[in-house]
Design a protein around this ligand. Structure first.
Ligand code: SF4
Ligand code: SF4
Length: 167
């Protein structure tokens, strides 16, 4: 990656200080519990750590320069660089990305705390809506049963009346 245009088909790398060689990002399990969010809050208490969400996937990112990045921003092990570096393309890279297309970006512990509060508030609201919808369906079903029962008793009454008339 860093400043090797033949792999990138462009000259972008000539204007970049090898942004792509200055971090490691690892996937995280999507947080769903208070403990998950609290763990992320702990990650963010550390220096040079950010957490981001991209295409609905969560990542923890460590801001750390690759040891092979040379002072001219070229790769010092270009011929034997890892597969992840070979696969990386400049077309949509960190330099081009601008805001990187993050759905969410957390740089401070308080940010994830606030996000978690909103996440659980939405979850509670959705649970209340589901409960109300369930209660509505139950009421509708019991209403139909009552109608059926009323229908049945009217028929019984009608048959009874006929019998009495005949006797
Ligand atoms: S971030 Fe993009 S432009 Fe910069 S070195 Fe890496 S691939 Fe090239
Ligand atoms: S191995 Fe080379 S291309 Fe890969 S991150 Fe390090 S300096 Fe960049």
């Amino acid at each position: 990656m860093a400043r090797k245009e033949e792999n990138m088909g462009c000259v972008l790398c000539e204007h970049c200080t090898a942004e792509c060689c200055r971090y490691v990002a690892l996937p995280l399990e999507t947080p769903t519990s208070k403990r998950d969010f609290d763990d992320i809050r702990w990650y963010l208490m550390h220096e040079n750590i950010t957490v981001f969400v991209e295409d609905r996937a969560w990542y923890v990112q460590f801001r750390t320069r690759c040891r092979n990045l040379q002072s001219d921003f070229r790769c010092g092990v270009y011929e034997t660089r890892p597969a992840i570096c070979r696969e990386y393309k400049a077309e949509n890279c960190d330099y081009v990305g601008g805001d990187y297309g993050y759905k969410q970006l957390f740089t401070e512990p308080d940010q994830i705390g606030k996000f978690a509060e909103e996440y659980f508030a939405k979850k509670r609201a959705a649970a209340r809506t589901r409960k109300a919808a369930g209660a509505g369906r139950k009421l509708a079903r019991s209403g139909s049963r009552k109608k059926l029962m009323r229908g049945k008793s009217v028929k019984k009454l009608a048959r009874g009346s006929v019998k009495r008339k005949a006797g």
